[in-house]
Design a protein. Structure first.
Length: 189
């Protein structure tokens, strides 16, 4: 479910000449860490609620107790879909997103399984951005975690003819502590 990846973007205060630039209109993030248990963790042994890897005399004992293993409670993952869609709907209600004005959607999802659930919930809410406007590189790159949006944006810009003024909505749900981030970009050529 997790691939390796790295990505970065160069932020400047003016568009770069002779290339496609993206203006950040806004970035918003909603945390739901208070509403859900930790979905992903490292540094805690399986049977310990308080003891972390730092409480062991050495790394060897911490490793033997399982305190250095990455853990994910996959039973909690379905919650990230509703949390992400609800954040999207909240931004629509606030007037930050106008579905009819969105030209492209770049949404990180860790598995094809979640794409259908996202689409289903958006359709039920009457807030679906048509599927042909969505872009993912999941099938070519895998789940590159926190690097996914940077990699996706780079590939999207390089493989698509983008018109000046086009609106790109980016969504990144993060299941470790249930934080969802959204960003609206405008293409400047």
């Amino acid at each position: 479910m997790l691939s390796d990846g790295a990505g970065a973007l160069l932020l400047e205060n003016i568009p770069r000449p002779n290339t496609t630039s993206l203006k950040i209109e806004w970035i918003k993030s909603f945390s739901h860490a208070d509403a859900y248990s930790t979905c992903m963790s490292i540094g805690k042994s399986k049977d310990e609620q308080i003891k972390t890897w730092q409480d062991y005399p050495n790394y060897s004992e911490a490793e033997s107790a399982g305190a250095l293993m990455l853990r994910q409670d996959v039973r909690l993952l379905d919650n990230i879909v509703s949390v992400g869609v609800n954040g999207f709907l909240k931004l629509i209600s606030a007037g930050d997103i106008k579905v009819a004005e969105i030209d492209h959607v770049l949404c990180h999802f860790s598995s094809h399984y979640f794409k259908g659930k996202i689409f289903e919930m958006l359709e039920q809410a009457g807030a679906m951005v048509p599927e042909q406007k969505w872009y993912t590189n999941l099938y070519e790159r895998g789940n590159t975690g926190c690097a996914s949006l940077f990699i996706m944006l780079d590939e999207f810009i390089k493989t698509h003819q983008l018109n000046s003024g086009a609106k790109i909505l980016c969504m990144v749900p993060e299941s470790g502590r249930f934080n969802c981030a959204y960003m609206l970009l405008t293409v400047e050529n």
